[in-house]
Design a protein around this ligand. Structure first.
Ligand code: GRF
Length: 221
C-alpha cells in the first residue's frame, strides 16, 4: 500500500514532529512526511525536519495582512507538496472555516487534555487547579470550533499530588508522542471512519483493566 503523504504544521519545538519522524522510519508505518511547515522561521521543529532530511516550508503569518491570504498560502504550500493529511502539532494559529472546510476530515490536531475538558491554553495549570486525578491528550479531527471535532485517539496519565505544570506537561507529552503516531498510522491504513461527530476505528480494541489514582495497591498500609 502506498504511504499516506502527511504534512506537519508547527510553531515551536516540534517534539510531536520528532515522534512522527521516528515512527515513519519504522518498517510498516503507513505514512511519510512530505513537508514540515512553520509559521515562524525560528521554530525548532524546522531544525528537526532538516536533520531528518525532510522538506520544509516557512509561511510567515506576519507577512500577510489578512488571515485569508495567509491560509491561501498555507493551502498552496500543502498542495504543492502533495499533502493528503495535515497534522497540526503545536501550530499556534487558529484556522478559519475556509481552511478547515478545504481539509475536512484530512486535518487533525493534538491537544494536551482529555477533550472535551480543558480546551484552550494553559491546560496543565487548570488541570492542577481543578484537582482532577487524570488528564491526558487527544488526537482529533479539526472543526471550526477550537479544540473540538471527532476524537481519534486519547492517552490518559495520572496527575500527581506534587505536580507542577512542567512535570505534568512532560508526562502528558510522553503520551502525546505515542498517540499521534498511532492516530496517523490508523488513518493511513484506512481504519478510521468519521461517522457524524464520532470516529469509528476498525479492529482496534480498547485496553483492558482500569487505572485508579491514588493506586489502591499502595494506598493502604
Ligand atoms: C503539545 O503539547 C500539543 O498537544 C499542543 O502543542 C504542544 C506542541 O508541542 N498542541 P511540541 O512542539 O510538539 O513539542
Amino acid at each position: 500500500m502506498a504511504k499516506l503523504k502527511a504534512a506537519v504544521l508547527l510553531s515551536g519545538s516540534g517534539t510531536n514532529l520528532q515522534a512522527l519522524i521516528d515512527a515513519s522510519a519504522r518498517p510498516g508505518y503507513g505514512a511519510e512526511i512530505v513537508t514540515v511547515i512553520a509559521n515562524r522561521p525560528d521554530a525548532y521543529g524546522l531544525v528537526r525536519a532538516q536533520n531528518a532530511g525532510l522538506p520544509t516550508d516557512v509561511v510567515r503569518h506576519r507577512e500577510f495582512a489578512e488571515r485569508a491570504s495567509f491560509e491561501a498560502a498555507l493551502h498552496e504550500a500543502l498542495t504543492a507538496r502533495g499533502a493528503e493529511l495535515v497534522c497540526l502539532a503545536g501550530f499556534m494559529r487558529v484556522l478559519t472555516a475556509w481552511f478547515v472546510e478545504r481539509w475536512m476530515n484530512r486535518l487533525i490536531n493534538i491537544h494536551p487534555s482529555l477533550l472535551p475538558v480543558f480546551k484552550g491554553l494553559e491546560v496543565h495549570e487548570r488541570v492542577i487547579a481543578a484537582g482532577v486525578r487524570f488528564t491526558g491528550c487527544t488526537v482529533h479531527y479539526v472543526r471550526t470550533d477550537v479544540d473540538a471535532g471527532p476524537i481519534i485517539v486519547q492517552g490518559a496519565v495520572p496527575v500527581h499530588g506534587d505536580d507542577t505544570p512542567q512535570t505534568l506537561q512532560a508526562r502528558v507529552l510522553e503520551a502525546e508522542h505515542r498517540c499521534y503516531p498511532l492516530a496517523v498510522d490508523l488513518i493511513a491504513k484506512q481504519r478510521v471512519r468519521v461517522v457524524g461527530d464520532l470516529v469509528q476505528i476498525d479492529g482496534a480494541p480498547p485496553p483492558t483493566g482500569h487505572l485508579i489514582n491514588p493506586d489502591p495497591d499502595r494506598a493502604t498500609s
